[in-house]
Design a protein around this ligand. Structure first.
Ligand code: SF4
Length: 326
């Protein structure tokens, strides 16, 4: 049953791009029920709250990455047991995309563990994008830093979304990654925007950051000239061998708060409940949906870490009276 007929007739709220940190912080400081209520109200202005967009993520080139992101098992700098692979072939990608479509996914995301793509690899990725598009799915890739020309090439192949996360606040960024800087991320986002590709950009929480860093992340995202169309909010998955293994775990309610503030400040964006669901209770996930999350990654693996099995996800949506968006 769709609740579309129960929604307000017009979108009376225009997304703002002038969020100050103080304003974002005051949202984080709201009493929890008030914050979630406001987020749920905002969600209904733009979306059917019973619908969840489903994306599937495939690693097309795993491990051996020269970057040193402290959360990532694919960095060559950490001993995590993830072997470096080569870029997989187009036919394998298309077979995975067909299976994802049959399982209900509408968007197929492909991730490569690179600092930035080489031009000859980019040609192969463009062929993947063309093939997945031809199956009638939306396409998203995450390949690291891009030049303007590379972004244009991806656009010409029909790419719908480019994922490039800001990860955390500008202040905390240097604690997590030293091989590139925040401005590098912003530059790639600008190239992607200029090429006319939709932006998928969010962050990771539970990395030992403080609430001010979660404020800084959301304020930065919400002040971009155009909000990312997709905002993935990830809960750190601690992987043995990475510097962040053994970090203090974030209270799940603080995760829900981050989702709620993302929903309020970027009301027209898809807010994706991304990594970390495998360890999240059904109750926490339900609270995230209530707080405005309306997208999930679906399928048993997220690049190299575990994700809930498809049946478990469908059973949860069913239990909550929710359904995959078409
Ligand atoms: S997050 Fe991406 S860029 Fe960073 S180490 Fe992992 S694969 Fe490389």
């Amino acid at each position: 049953m769709s609740l579309a007929h129960d929604l307000p007739p017009a979108k009376t709220i225009v997304p703002r791009h002038d969020w100050t940190r103080a304003q974002v912080k005051s949202l984080f400081e709201l009493p929890f029920p008030e914050l979630v209520f406001r987020a749920a109200q905002m969600h209904r202005q733009f979306f059917d709250p019973t619908e969840v967009q489903i994306s599937t993520l495939l690693s097309i080139k795993t491990g051996g990455c020269p970057e040193d992101c402290a959360y990532c098992p694919q960095s060559a700098k950490f001993d995590t047991g993830v072997d470096a692979g080569k870029l997989i072939d187009v036919d394998t990608v298309l077979a995975e995309a067909r299976a994802a479509k049959a399982g209900g996914a509408t968007r197929f995301c492909m991730g490569a563990a690179w600092r930035s793509p080489k031009d000859r690899d980019l040609d192969k990725v463009c062929a993947m994008v063309e093939g997945v598009k031809a199956l009638g799915m939306e396409t998203c890739v995450t390949l690291g830093m891009l030049t303007g020309d590379q972004a244009q090439k991806l656009k010409d192949s029909g790419l719908d979304y480019y994922n490039h996360n800001l990860d955390t606040s500008p202040e905390f960024y240097g604690e997590i990654i030293t091989t590139r800087c925040y401005q590098d991320r912003l530059d790639t986002l600008e190239h992607v925007r200029d090429a006319g590709i939709n932006v998928c950009c969010g962050g990771i929480v539970g990395m030992g950051e403080g609430v001010d860093d979660r404020v800084g992340l959301i304020a930065t995202l919400a002040s971009l000239p155009v909000h990312p169309e997709s905002v993935p909010i990830n809960m750190l998955v601690q992987v043995e061998g990475t510097p962040l293994a053994g970090s203090l775990k974030l209270d799940p309610l603080d995760f829900v708060r981050t989702i709620a503030v993302a929903r309020i400040t970027m009301p027209a964006s898809m807010v994706r409940l991304s990594a970390g669901r495998e360890e999240m209770s059904e109750e926490t996930q339900a609270l995230c949906f209530l707080a405005g999350a309306n997208s999930i990654f679906y399928g048993p693996k997220l690049l190299t870490t575990a994700n809930p099995a498809r049946d478990r996800d469908m059973a949860l949506l069913d239990k909550l009276g929710m359904r995959p968006a078409e």
